[in-house]
Design a binder for this molecule. Structure first.
Ligand code: DQA
Length: 149
């Protein structure tokens, strides 16, 4: 079965209570279980991982090479700072969809820059937790079109 890793970065463990006016009331546990359910519908086995540590996210990306067919990543604030995450993604050569709950382009200017975007298949932002499910749809279509599943 197609395997997809859903990765969440710093502070996203606080979803549901963290600035709900920006990020919504849905908890990370709810997001992850919705991803697993949606994956079942798409014929994809979903593994979820969250870390507040850049190195742990990089390790998870490295470990996905040869074990996963694609990734969904919300890198949180590392999106705007991490060349190391960008390099890790470029190194594993797997399709990755970048997700943000909020519309980063409609917020502060420092959030407009993404180091993930140049190495991502595409970016989904501004649709709240539904963005993760849209990302899974996009990966399913991409992998099917590319003959990778
Ligand atoms: C975020 C947007 C980032 O700018 C912010 O640092 C986050 C969450 C989002 O999902 O909207 O932590 O990635």
């Amino acid at each position: 079965m197609t395997k997809i890793l859903v990765l969440n970065g710093p502070n996203l463990n606080l979803l549901g209570t963290r600035q709900p006016e920006v990020y919504g009331a849905t908890t990370l546990a709810m997001v992850e279980s919705a991803c697993v359910k949606h994956g079942q519908m798409l014929g994809m086995a979903i593994t979820c991982f969250q870390s507040n540590h850049e190195g742990a996210l990089i390790d998870a990306i490295h470990e996905s090479k040869g074990t996963q067919s694609g990734l969904v990543l919300n890198a949180g604030a590392f999106t705007h700072t991490s060349i190391a995450l960008m390099d890790a993604i470029a190194s594993v050569d797997l399709p990755l969809v970048e997700v943000h709950l909020s519309n980063i382009h409609a917020r502060e200017e420092f959030r407009h820059k993404s180091f993930i975007a140049p190495v991502a298949l595409g970016q989904i932002c501004g649709f709240g937790s539904q963005g993760y499910l849209l990302a899974l749809d996009a990966l399913a279509s991409h992998l099917t079109a590319a003959g990778l599943r």
